[in-house]
Ligand binder design. Structure first.
Ligand code: ATP
Ligand code: MG
Length: 412
């Protein structure tokens, strides 16, 4: 616990040690949720935060109205900065601030404010909020008072519109939080709130972004990758592994399932599928995915399809793909431009990995002209000859499971 310092203001020396503790102050997303959902949201989020930071420190997560406070014993500023950075990747959070948690008196607030603005250059503003209205000063009084002390100490001007630096003061039930800046979070819902789904994960740019967007809507995801093995090298598996390891920062405990798909592709090719080979192959991937998803308790499949992006992603072909399985296929990128998708891939830091060269299993099969208006009846004919039901069972039984962990060094 902090000591609630009650020293009079005139006893405050500039840069006197702050008699509080550094902590992470978390602002929650989608607080529109009410009642029972809100309780679930908060409990899930607190669990996810604790799990994400476990390699750094054991923490207490204190739930308050609209905010969480993350505390750890004997915390130093560097550790708390690492906690804040890690927490900003946890879905369901809008901001992660490294804050000083001090006693509910003006002197303690001043000391923390001076410490945080130490070495200040440029204009600044103080913005106070009171979640506890019993504090002896109003927000405006607190702004003026603390702003005056900072201006005196560092000789910098107050500017309320577009200041170079903002100092925030939040008066809470038991303490006051003082912070400057913060890390924007991902928003969305805590992972696990919406159930579980299986991502069909190529080594490309799109599927990792699709996974990110669905995790952000509260789905816990597993990953399924089809390699061209034994007819290609293992490079695409390394890529899928590296991608899942990066994306694991958003949920933790990720599982990657890999299916050697080369022989099945050869069978499709020799079945005379011709222009329908690509769609037939995608349908087989989906069927295999459905079997695996059901085994894992997943309620949907997720793909990186975007309407019209490549020939297999026309409306008719998407219809033909949906026809192959009963589970819903979620396509979070369906209405996005490639440029937007690339921008998002850069932000979630999967773009560089996706751009590494590999031998995509799909290029093996590409006919000279792919069908853009696949006929479902024709596809069913091909699949009958192939006995796809049995083939999908075999493929789903042949999966190899990997557990890529965010922060782990080394290759697959
Ligand atoms: P991506 O960038 O995700 O590879 P893409 O634009 O290359 O997508 P396609 O190759 O047509 O598009 O694949 C569409 C979707 O099918 C992918 O987003 C992915 O969900 C799934 N998919 C394609 N290839 C594979 C694979 N080898 N393993 C698992 N899923 C795949
Ligand atoms: Mg691809």
């Amino acid at each position: 616990m902090t000591t609630l310092d009650t020293a009079p203001a005139d006893a405050v020396r500039e840069n006197a040690p702050v008699d509080g503790e550094p902590c992470v102050l978390i602002k929650l997303g989608e607080v529109v949720l009410k009642g029972k959902n809100r309780e679930l949201f908060e409990r899930r989020l607190a669990d996810n935060v604790r799990a994400a930071v476990r390699p750094i420190a054991r923490v207490d997560v204190i739930r308050r109205h609209g905010v969480f406070i993350v505390r750890t014993k004997d915390a130093d500023v560097a550790t708390v900065d690492r906690l804040a950075a890690r927490i900003s990747d946890v879905m369901g959070i809008v901001w992660a601030h490294r804050a000083w948690r001090v006693g509910k008196d003006v002197a303690s607030v001043e000391r923390a404010a001076l410490e945080l603005m130490d070495g200040l250059t440029g204009s600044f503003a103080v913005r106070s909020r009171r979640r506890d209205k019993r504090f002896p000063m109003t927000s405006t009084e607190l702004d003026r008072h603390v702003g005056g002390r900072i201006a005196d100490a560092y000789g910098q001007p107050v500017r309320l519109k577009n200041p170079d630096h903002t100092l925030s003061i939040e008066v809470d039930r038991d303490e006051v939080f003082v912070f400057s800046g913060g890390l924007p979070g991902q928003g969305g819902l805590p992972v696990g709130m919406s159930g579980r789904a299986l991502v069909l994960m190529s080594g490309g740019i799109d599927s990792p972004v699709a996974a990110y967007r669905m995790m952000r809507r509260g789905l816990r995801v597993d990953y399924l990758h089809f390699s061209g093995m034994p007819f290609t090298g293992p490079e695409s598996i390394y890529k899928a592994y590296a991608l899942v390891r990066e994306l694991d920062k958003f949920q933790g405990g990720s599982r990657l399932f890999v299916v050697p798909f080369g022989k099945a592709q050869q069978q499709i090719k020799s079945s005379g599928a011709d222009r329908l080979a690509v769609i037939a192959q995608r349908r087989l991937m989906l069927r295999t995915g459905e079997l695996l998803a059901r085994r894992l308790g997943g309620g949907a499949l997720i793909t990186g399809d975007a309407l019209g992006q490549v020939s297999s992603q026309t409306l008719a072909n998407i219809t033909a793909l949906d026809d192959a399985v009963e589970l819903p296929i979620l396509r979070p990128l369906v209405g996005m431009d490639k440029i937007e998708i690339i921008e998002q891939a850069r932000r979630v830091r999967t773009l560089e990995i996706s751009e590494l060269p590999d031998e995509d299993c799909c290029t093996m099969l590409a006919p000279r002209r792919a069908e853009t208006r696949a006929k479902i009846d024709d596809l069913r004919q091909i699949e009958k000859r192939l006995d796809v039901g049995e083939l999908a069972e075999q493929l789903a039984a042949s999966v190899q499971e990997h557990r890529p962990v965010y922060g782990d060094a080394g290759a697959a």
